[in-house]
Ligand binder design. Structure first.
Ligand SMILES: Nc1nc2c(ncn2[C@@H]2O[C@H](COP(=O)(O)OP(=O)(O)OP(=O)(O)O)[C@@H](O)[C@H]2O)c(=O)[nH]1
Ligand SMILES: [Mg+2]
Ligand SMILES: [Zn+2]
Length: 226
């Protein structure tokens, strides 16, 4: 009987992630792995980002969901090229799933590729997808204690998006305490305080994305604010 342990799976995943990364590099596409708890606002952020970067960057999305195509439909309506991965119950994306999705995309025609991971703050962190940057989302309705309770993603993230700040007055979320905790875990990362509802913080977020894409393209892109 052959038993495959998690370590082997991660080893296989790492190999495929290297191949994905080569593909992104060859096509000069910046790939972002968006990771958060279910419902933190990943798709809403992408919908707004599409609106704000329209005409500036060519955006594509690979979206992971356990079953439905609801997010893909929203992303398509927002005007982005999208490929849906249904994981059939698996609670994270793997590099192999992403590789199969990439076959459905014309990467050479994109500047930025978002990979919306399955809503889950824990195991997606362990699976390298070949992305250039992991971005964490944390909404203010989840509680400001989350960075310390789930430090893995906040340690690895190049940026954290605090989302739904329009709801701040209705919660006991301590924003300064949360920002301090994120800083303590990883002081190198960018933090964006945002609302997809009011638009707060999204111009800074989009400017950062433009910089990221420009870096990947070798400086061919402009870095206008959106
Ligand atoms: N008030 C407010 N609601 C938001 C904001 N962003 C998202 N929402 C709402 O939060 C809910 C979840 O948003 P989604 O964008 O679907 O979240 P998600 O992280 O993509 O969810 P999963 O893909 O299921 O993990 C929806 O009802 C959104 O309308 C925001 O900035 N402010
Ligand atoms: Mg979503
Ligand atoms: Zn998982």
């Amino acid at each position: 009987m052959k038993v495959i342990v998690g370590k082997d799976l991660l080893y296989v995943n790492a190999g495929q992630a290297v191949e994905n990364r080569v593909l992104f590099d060859n096509n000069k596409v910046a790939a972002i792995n968006l990771i958060s708890s279910p419902g933190s606002g990943k798709t809403a952020l992408l919908e707004k980002t599409a609106e704000l970067l329209k005409g500036k960057l060519k955006l594509g999305v690979v979206v992971g969901d356990l079953y439905t195509t609801r997010d893909a439909e929203r992303i398509e309506r927002a005007g982005m090229t999208v490929v849906q991965i249904n994981t059939e119950g698996v609670c994270h994306l793997t590099a192999d799933m992403v590789a199969r999705a990439l076959r459905e995309l014309l990467l050479s025609q994109l500047d930025l590729l978002f990979i919306e991971n399955v809503g889950n703050l824990v195991c997606p962190v362990s699976f390298d997808l070949g992305e250039n940057a992991k971005v964490a989302l944390l909404s203010v309705v989840e509680g400001n204690d989350k960075p310390a309770k789930y430090p893995g993603i906040f340690r690895e993230a190049v940026a954290t998006v605090i989302s739904k700040v329009d709801l701040l007055p209705h919660t006991d979320f301590d924003l300064p305490a949360c920002l301090a905790e994120i800083q303590q875990i990883n002081g190198e990362q960018q933090v964006f305080v945002t609302s997809a509802r009011s638009g707060q913080g999204l111009s800074q977020w989009c400017a950062w994305l433009e910089q990221l894409a420009a870096g990947k393209a070798g400086g061919n892109h402009t870095a206008d604010n959106c």
